[in-house]
Write a protein that binds this ligand. Structure first.
Ligand code: NDP
Length: 490
């Protein structure tokens, strides 16, 4: 599953335009504002003057507004007022903070002390960041992935119904893109392509990826100006340019069949992540004669994760990212820059800080990853099977709760253990990815810490949406399955 970087800021626009259909009026105000990832601020912005009907559907709010007035900010349950200026300043700060965090991690991983907290060991000059070669390589990479996206797919899937009652079609060929990329890279290496040189270019590559994310987000923002109201996302249309640029205005920006968000969510970043990992492994082999066991484990675990996400590509069509969130800087930067350059942090760390790992410890770590994967895949597959066909023999015997929408909720099996068993499995795997790096540094555990914050916030956001959708049935589910992610703990 493509990573969602940080939780969303979203606030109601002041004056909503005419609703595209009857289901979206009155306009929704239960939009989220939040930042997780770096921090764990949970912000809920509610327009003070507006009254919300209970369980108002999430709908369209497009209109100028937020320059005037103040917003209510809910931080950890406490509501306080926040000026529109504060919201703009927050979005602007994130535009700088997120790339800065990524560069901090890249620099820290290659420095001797490898400190997660504290200033970086050195600040690179522009000559270390800017490289025309890196720019060419990056553009070639995006071009290759775009070409693979356009190849005939084994299947074309339909997305969820949109507000105008249409459905978009998506090619299911992400796994094919992974395999073809592996073949092309293999061919290139046999022809002398120096993959081990890639780690030297990580800084300039991350720099051009960041530049691309900014330029691309600007394009998306401009494109949304001419998009019909029905194509806009529930959030990200406040009328404030910085905020909307950050959050993303259009739900599914496309040119013909090419869906930008769907493409970015799973292709250049995820496949780029495993390619960077592999390059780090090759570099380690060049430096030390052979890759370390720790490097093999990190590569293997993360390849499994990416392969799994691409194999089950269709599942992304029902996620919040595709069905709810606008496509702006937050997702664009997250997908194409943050994922490949920060998710490969453990392998980067291992290249510069080799760790000796014995077989017994390696076996324990493999077991932890296998348990995490088992829970993650079992839970995701069980829900997907159930949603596709509740009478499927694999799920037909599970206990369910009926809801007013006609859909049912599972209350036994994985989804009877905790309310988000898939997040639990994901977090266990995240731990297994960090353990090969030893316990001498906090840096390789960044992913685990960041991911915990992200999933805790994501879970809260999903709960709110489910409560809105299912009402009393969801309350009953919460009563019967009291823990959210970790049994008896959370
Ligand atoms: P989930 O797959 O957890 O789906 C949540 C939805 O499932 C709910 O909105 C509801 O939708 C349905 N649901 C909830 N409870 C039940 C139940 N008891 N019975 C039946 N349906 C239920 O959403 P995500 O998109 O957050 O996560 C997908 C995967 O992606 C996860 O495994 C997660 O760990 C992973 N992920 C990875 C990230 C990364 O950066 N690596 C980032 C974020 C997620 P409805 O009822 O409408 O079907």
């Amino acid at each position: 599953m493509a990573p969602r970087l940080w939780s969303r800021w979203s606030f109601p626009a002041g004056r909503c335009q005419d609703p595209p259909n009857k289901h979206v009026w009155p306009p929704p105000l239960a939009c989220w504002a939040g930042l997780s990832g770096g921090g764990v601020l949970k912000l809920k912005l509610l327009r003070r003057a507006r009254r919300v009907r209970p369980r108002a559907p999430i709908g369209w709010c497009a209109g100028p507004s937020m320059g005037r007035g103040r917003f209510h900010l809910k931080t950890l349950g406490q509501e306080r007022s926040l000026s529109a200026f504060g919201v703009q300043a927050g979005a602007a700060a994130l535009l700088l903070l997120l790339p800065a965090t990524m560069f901090h991690l890249l620099l820290a991983a290659r420095s001797g002390p490898a400190r997660l907290l504290g200033p970086p060991a050195y600040l690179p000059g522009l000559e270390a960041l800017w490289s025309p070669r890196a720019l060419l390589l990056w553009l070639a990479w995006l071009g290759l992935q775009a070409a693979l996206y356009l190849l005939p797919a084994r299947k074309v899937a339909e997305g969820q119904e949109l507000k105008d009652e249409s459905r978009l079609r998506y090619p299911i060929n992400g796994f094919q893109a992974l395999v073809l990329t592996a073949l092309l890279v293999g061919l290139g290496m046999s022809a002398g392509l120096p993959l081990g040189a890639l780690p030297e270019m990580l800084l300039p590559l991350a720099f051009v990826a960041t530049l691309t994310a900014f330029i691309f987000s600007l394009f998306l923002y401009m494109k949304a100006q001419v998009a019909p109201v029905s194509a806009l996302a529930p959030g990200g249309n406040s009328g404030n340019p910085i905020y909307d640029f950050f959050l993303g205005r259009e739900l599914n920006p496309r040119i013909c069949f090419f869906d930008f968000k769907y493409f970015c969510e799973l292709r250049p970043g995820l496949i780029g992540w495993v390619l960077i990992n592999m390059a780090l492994l090759m570099k380690e082999a060049e430096l030390r004669g052979s890759p370390s066991l720790a490097m093999w484990l990190v590569n293997g675990f993360q390849l499994l994760y990416v392969g799994d996400a691409l194999w089950h590509e269709e599942a992304i069509l029902t996620t919040m990212d595709i069905t709810h969130d606008g496509f702006g800087f937050m997702l664009a930067f997250g997908d194409i820059a943050w994922v490949p350059f920060t998710y490969s942090l453990q392998a980067q760390f291992l290249l510069h800080h080799p760790q000796s790992l014995g077989l017994p410890m390696a076996s324990v770590i493999c077991l932890i990853n296998a348990i995490g994967y088992y829970i993650f895949r079992g839970a995701n597959s069980q829900k997907n099977t159930f949603r596709k066909n509740p009478s499927d023999p694999r799920v037909a015997g599970l206990e369910t709760i009926s809801t007013a929408t006609g859909r049912k909720l599972l209350v036994s099996g994985w989804w009877g253990m905790v309310r988000h068993p898939n997040y639990l499995g994901d977090l266990i795997m995240a731990l297994a990815w960090s353990l090969p790096c030893g316990v001498s540094h906090l840096l390789p555990y960044f992913y685990l810490l960041y991911f915990t914050a992200l999933l805790v916030h994501r879970e809260a956001r999903d709960e709110r949406q489910c409560l809105q959708k299912y009402g009393l049935a969801w309350q009953e589910y919460c009563r019967r399955v009291p823990y959210r992610i970790m049994p008896y703990i959370y």
